[in-house]
Ligand binder design. Structure first.
Ligand code: PHE
Length: 486
C-alpha cells in the first residue's frame, strides 16, 4: 500500500481478530502479498472506532441503552476519528483506495474561545482572532517596553533590540516608542460594524479589555493547540464521512473474507499455527485454524478472551488503561452558525464539561447542518455517559446556549451521542500507558507463538488511525519476514 510493499508472495493463512483500521490494514496488506486472510469482526460493520453515524444508525451500549439516529439525508457525525493531519499515512491509504478527501477546518479565527471559570471576562465568548490580537498585542507591548528600558541588555545587542522591537511592533500591532509601545487594539480584533462602501470605514470591535483581564481570561492558553504536530492546519477528512476508509478497505480485501457478528472466545497457540474459537452471528460456536493470528482488538477486550499465551500476556494486556471519551452530534434545521455568526467550520474550545463544540466542515450553505456538541474525555466523558441520551442532550444544550444563544435550543432537530468506553467490543476512546518503555509494551509488540497483536495502542501515535495503520504494517512486515526466512 502506498509506499509499502512486501517483496515475495506467500499463501499462508492468517486470521485477524477485529475489523477496525489495524485489522483491515493487516488483511489488506497481507492480501496484496498473496496471504489467505480472514477477519472475524464482532460488530456488523467494519471500522471499529472509525464510525460515521447517519440516519438509521443504531447503537446499544454496555448499559443496554439503545439509540437510533434520525439525522436527515446527507447529515452525519464522525463519532470516532474526524481529522487527518497531512503527515499521516492515513492520507496515503485514501489516495490508494480512491477515497476523496476535503479540508477539515481544525482552526478558525471566527470560532470562539469560551471560558466561564476564568478570573476575568468569564462567560463572554471571544473570537479566536480577538483573543490573538489582544494576547499578542499585550505581550508585545510588555516585551518591547522591557527591551527599550534595558531589561534585556545582557541578552541583546543594540541592533538586536532594534530588530526585536521592529518584530514586536509588527507581531503585536503596537504603537511606537513615542506612545510607549502601547497596545490599544487593532482591526485584527474584528469589527462591530464591518467596513463597507463609500464612507463606511467600519467600527473596530471594542472595548479592548485591560492587560490584566486578558491574561486572567486564560484565552492565550488555547493558542498552542494548533502548534501541536498532529493538530496543525491544513487537516483533512474523507468526503461524506470518515467510514469511507474502512468501507474502501473492506471492499479491497473482499467482503467474503470478513465475517461480521463473530465474537472471538478463545485463542490457542499450537505447534503449527493457532486456533480461534468464536461465536458466529447465528450463535454457533466455531473453530478456525490458521498459520498466524493477528489480534487487532483493544487490549482490555483481548484480556478477557481465553488464551494459552501466558500470564505475562494477560498482565500486559491489562496494563494500559482505557480513556473515557464521548461525543454528541446535534443536527439543526438551519446553519445559524454560518448565517448569523459567520463561522464556517472550526472548533470552539470551552472550559465547560463540553470541552469543545465543532462546526461542520461540509455542507456549507445547506439548509441543515450537524455540529459536534461535545467531544470530551476523562471525568467529563464519564459524567455524560452516566446519563441517558436525553439528559446528555439537555445538559449539552444548556451549555451551548450560553455561547450561541437560544437558537442552540430552538433550532435543534436531531441528536445522537456515543460513549466509547461504554460501547461493546471497544470499551474506550483510546488507551494510555503509564510507560511505553516497560516489559508490557515490549511483550505485546512481539508475537506470542503464532499470535501477533496490532492496534494504535501498540504505537506512539495512539488515538490516531495513523497509529493503527503503522502497527499493522509493522506486524505484517514481521510475519512476512518470518515466513520468508522459514
Ligand atoms: N486524535 C484524536 C483527536 O484529534 C485524539 C487526540 C487528541 C490525540 C489530542 C492526541 C491529541 O481528537
Amino acid at each position: 500500500g502506498s509506499d509499502f510493499a512486501l517483496s515475495g508472495r506467500s499463501g499462508k493463512k492468517v486470521l485477524v481478530l477485529g475489523g477496525g483500521i489495524a485489522g483491515l490494514a493487516t488483511a489488506y496488506e497481507l492480501g496484496k502479498a498473496g496471504y489467505d486472510c480472514r477477519i472475524l469482526e464482532a460488530k456488523d460493520r467494519p471500522g471499529g472506532r472509525n464510525w460515521t453515524v447517519r440516519g438509521g444508525t443504531s447503537l446499544t451500549d454496555l448499559d443496554g441503552r439503545a439509540q437510533t439516529a434520525s439525522f436527515s439525508k446527507g447529515q452525519y457525525m464522525n463519532a470516532g476519528p474526524a481529522r487527518l493531519p497531512q503527515s499521516h499515512v492515513t492520507l496515503e491509504y485514501c489516495r490508494e483506495l480512491d477515497v476523496p478527501i476535503e479540508v477539515f477546518t481544525n482552526q478558525n479565527a471566527n470560532a470562539y474561545i469560551y471560558h466561564e471559570k476564568s478570573a476575568a471576562l468569564a462567560g463572554q465568548p471571544m473570537r479566536w482572532r480577538t483573543a490573538k490580537a489582544d494576547v499578542y498585542g499585550y505581550v508585545s507591548e510588555l516585551l518591547a517596553k522591557a527591551t527599550d528600558q534595558g531589561a534585556l541588555d545582557a541578552e541583546l545587542t543594540a541592533a538586536d533590540k532594534e530588530r526585536l522591537i521592529a518584530f514586536l511592533r509588527n507581531f503585536g500591532a503596537i504603537k511606537g516608542k513615542a506612545d510607549g509601545y502601547a497596545y490599544t487594539g487593532s482591526d485584527r480584533r474584528g469589527y462591530a460594524v464591518e467596513p463597507g462602501a463609500a464612507f463606511e470605514a467600519g467600527t473596530v470591535l471594542g472595548p479592548v479589555p485591560t492587560l490584566s483581564d486578558v491574561i486572567a481570561s486564560g484565552v492565550g492558553q488555547r493558542f498552542t493547540f494548533e502548534f501541536g504536530y498532529d493538530q496543525a492546519m491544513l487537516m483533512f477528512q474523507p468526503v461524506g464521512g470518515m467510514d469511507a476508509i474502512p468501507y474502501a478497505l473492506a471492499k479491497a480485501i473482499g467482503p467474503d473474507r470478513i465475517t461480521y457478528g463473530a465474537e472471538a472466545l478463545e485463542v490457542t497457540d499450537l505447534a503449527d499455527g493457532a486456533d480461534v474459537t468464536y461465536r458466529d452471528a447465528q450463535g454457533r460456536i466455531r473453530t478456525r485454524h490458521a498459520d498466524f493470528v493477528v489480534a487487532a482488538v483493544p487490549p482490555m477486550v483481548m484480556a478477557r478472551i481465553k488464551h494459552n499465551l501466558g500470564a505475562d500476556v494477560t498482565a500486559a494486556l491489562k496494563y494500559p488503561t482505557a480513556t473515557p471519551v464521548g461525543k454528541i452530534g446535534l443536527e439543526y434545521g438551519s446553519r445559524w452558525w454560518e448565517t448569523d455568526e459567520h463561522i464556517y467550520g472550526g472548533i470552539t474550545p470551552t472550559d465547560t464539561d463540553l470541552a469543545t463544540i465543532w462546526y461542520p466542515s461540509y455542507g456549507y450553505h445547506g439548509s441543515r447542518g450537524t455540529l459536534i456538541g461535545y467531544y470530551n474525555f476523562g471525568a467529563d466523558a464519564l459524567s455524560y455517559s452516566a446519563l441517558p441520551h436525553q439528559e446528555r442532550l439537555a445538559r449539552a444544550v444548556s451549555r451551548g446556549v450560553k455561547i450561541h444563544g437560544e437558537k442552540y435550543r430552538t433550532e435543534l432537530a436531531h441528536s445522537f451521542s456515543v460513549a466509547w468506553h461504554r460501547t461493546p467490543y471497544i470499551e474506550g476512546g483510546w488507551v494510555g500507558w503509564a510507560s511505553q518503555n516497560g516489559p508490557e509494551y515490549k511483550r505485546l509488540n512481539q508475537p506470542a507463538g503464532h499470535v501477533y497483536f496490532a492496534g494504535d495502542w501498540l504505537s506512539h501515535v495512539i488515538a490516531w488511525q495513523h497509529g493503527a495503520f503503522s502497527s499493522a504494517r509493522k506486524v505484517v512486515t514481521d510475519i512476512h519476514e518470518r515466513v520468508m526466512a522459514a
